[in-house]
Design a protein around this ligand. Structure first.
Ligand code: DX5
Ligand code: ZN
Length: 219
């Protein structure tokens, strides 16, 4: 089993003090910063874009995990990599050619990853597993923080983990949406190893404790 990694989603942070919020998560021992980008078209919400990441990059050394919930990732990949993204996750359901987006991310030196929405069967992402570093199985409909975890996504995680093991691929499985100390165990048991959490981290009083509790529950 791969190492457990905790990725706080800054969507739930206090944007008026974003730098301090992220520094506090780094100090709390979180592993990757999850940066949710929404275009108001692929999802019914708008969040923030590359300039925010660029500013954060200057003050934070963490691994930047970029989740693009946008219709045309191909047009923005370069912006995000230049602004400091370490990994770029785009949606299989977007309007661009999957292999083209993967190749573009790789050519710019970032790690490519594919996300699937709750309604997308896991089989659709299988052909791309040899070319990506991570697959993100959404455990809520993308667009908003604070929604309830969809336990019925766990068979998809399990099936993907089995294929990854069988084919001896080096692919991480991430889950995103409704992850907290009560749900993270189900996702870990199914085979996920990177856990995104917004509300369960940034909406807590004590970040050190919140990160530690999530990590303990995943193990
Ligand atoms: C939802 C985003 C998530 C979101 C998770 O579209 O992709 O990353 O911030 O928030 P919680 O952990 O509160 O469900
Ligand atoms: Zn996300």
């Amino acid at each position: 089993m791969k190492e457990v990694l905790i990725a706080p989603s800054i969507l739930s942070a206090d944007f008026a003090k974003l730098g301090e919020e992220c520094a506090a998560m780094e100090k709390a021992g979180a592993d990757q910063l999850h940066i949710d980008v929404m275009d108001g078209h692929f999802v019914p919400n708008i969040s923030y874009g590359a300039p925010i990441m660029k500013s954060l990059r200057k003050v934070n050394k963490m691994f930047f995990d970029t989740h693009l919930m946008i219709s045309h990732p191909i047009d923005y990949v370069e912006d995000f990599v230049k602004s400091g993204a370490d990994r770029i996750t785009f949606h299989l359901e977007c309007e661009d050619d999957t292999m083209e987006v993967i190749e573009k991310i790789k050519s710019l030196g970032a790690l490519p990853a594919i996300a699937i929405k709750p309604g997308t069967p896991f089989e659709k992402v299988v052909p791309y597993l040899p070319f990506i570093e991570m697959v993100l199985v959404m455990t809520v409909e993308p667009g908003f923080g604070g929604q309830s975890f969809m336990a019925d996504m766990m068979p998809k995680v399990k099936a993907l983990r089995e294929i990854i093991e069988k084919e001896q691929l080096s692919v991480n499985i991430q889950v995103d949406g409704g992850i907290d100390k009560n749900t993270i165990g189900f996702a870990a048991e199914a085979g996920a190893n990177i856990f995104v959490a917004g509300s369960a981290l940034f909406k807590q009083e004590d970040y050190d404790k919140a990160v530690e509790e999530l990590r303990a529950a995943a193990n």
